[in-house]
Write a protein that binds this ligand. Structure first.
Ligand SMILES: Cc1ncc(COP(=O)(O)O)c(C=O)c1O
Length: 359
């Protein structure tokens, strides 16, 4: 059977999502979920939908959700496409625009799923390294790839580009520009590029309900783009890509944006505490505009720190790849979770004689 497999799939490593442990009492700071629950309106809407209506298929084109999103983000429903998480929307875009041998450019380090999806299509990833300050690398503006992807704020750096820079990039690139705004609600300033889709027919902006809206388990994402882009994405999606429960949950979440914003405010405050605390312990920490921070400790590998925290019931994400050497990414949890993380990190550093300053 192996010989029947496409060569690019045979060679593919596959994307490895962060660990989702069964154990409930762990402090889970490894996959950038929201520590706060979704709006009570979401559970009410889901409960209401749990009727015999479940025997019927859901709306294949998610019209109510798209209409709600269109009002909130000031576009037309024809400019909105709903997906089973923004991961599905990324996959649909790759299937629409990337064929065998087509080039896709993006700066690295970034969300590693892009590389996997491009490889599935048999496309070519043209990566451009970010400079130390994580500004958009200059060569990205002048390349001629069919598709360019920018994650804004970027994961895992947490760095944010202002919307003016996104407009400049959309104007400069030769092909389609995908801006992945999975974390943009956590930014201190509103820098969304959604309004730009009216001006740039080559721009698609992706949003998710998994982060700021606390709905990672529901799997809902939105794409904003020209009518033409949305029409073509609709051709490629699965017939019923969102289930009835996800659809009503997403609509209810959009009806209670204030709930989401309150949680974002808490996360922004805890983010400041986390950054301060890690710096005090000697980490180099990027100023993040997302719900996670990237921290680095000079010197030898800190895998022991990741493992030590795990032994103490705290999960963080550790990266050690050519792009991301010896890096720890910590999701901003509740204040008490972040206090526990800082306390245990300090204890582990002390155990190794690595504390620079007494706190
Ligand atoms: C940058 C980025 N984009 C997209 C996603 C996927 O989001 P969703 O849960 O909507 O598929 C993630 C998930 O962690 C992410 O980090």
């Amino acid at each position: 059977m192996q010989s029947l497999l496409r060569k690019n799939i045979e060679d593919l490593e596959g994307y490895t999502p962060g660990e989702q442990p069964k154990q409930a009492d762990l402090i889970k700071l490894n996959t950038n979920e929201n520590p706060y629950p979704p709006s009570p309106r979401v559970s009410a809407a889901v409960r209401k939908e749990l009727t015999s209506a479940l025997r019927l298929y859901p709306d294949p084109v998610a019209l109510e959700l798209r209409k709600r999103a269109a009002v909130l983000y000031n576009v037309r429903p024809e400019n909105v496409m709903a997906g089973n998480g923004s991961d599905e929307l990324l996959s649909i875009l790759m299937r629409c625009y990337v064929g065998e041998g087509d080039c896709v450019s993006y700066p690295v380090p970034t969300y590693s799923l892009y590389e996997t999806l491009i490889a599935i299509q048999g496309g070519q990833s043209l990566t451009v390294p970010y400079p130390d300050n994580f500004a958009i690398p200059a060569p990205l503006y002048s390349q001629s790839s069919k598709v360019t992807i920018l994650c804004n704020p970027n994961a895992p750096s947490g760095s944010l580009e202002p919307v003016g820079e996104i407009a400049r990039l959309a104007r400069s690139v030769a092909g389609l520009l995908i801006v992945d705004e999975a974390y943009i609600d956590f930014a201190d300033a509103d820098e969304t590029a959604i309004a730009l889709v009216k001006r740039f027919p080559n721009l698609v902006v992706l949003r998710t309900f998994s982060k700021a809206f606390s709905l990672a388990g529901m799997r809902v994402g939105l794409a904003f783009g020209s009518e033409d882009i949305v029409r073509n994405m609709l051709k490629v999606k699965d017939s019923y890509n969102l289930c009835r429960l996800s659809l009503v949950a997403a609509v209810a979440a959009l009806e209670d944006v204030e709930w989401m914003q309150r949680n974002v405010g808490r996360i922004q405050r805890t983010r400041r505490t986390l950054i301060r605390g890690l710096r005090k312990l000697g980490f180099e920490v990027q100023p993040s505009q997302a719900n996670f921070v990237m921290a680095k400790l000079g010197g030898d590998s800190i895998r022991w720190l990741h493992d030590g925290l795990r032994d103490r019931g705290i999960l963080v994400r550790f990266f050690d790849t050519p792009d991301l050497q010896n890096m720890m990414r910590v999701t901003v949890g509740r204040p008490q979770e972040i206090r526990a993380l800082l306390t245990e990190t300090e204890a582990l550093l002390r155990g190794r004689g690595l504390i620079r300053k007494a706190s």
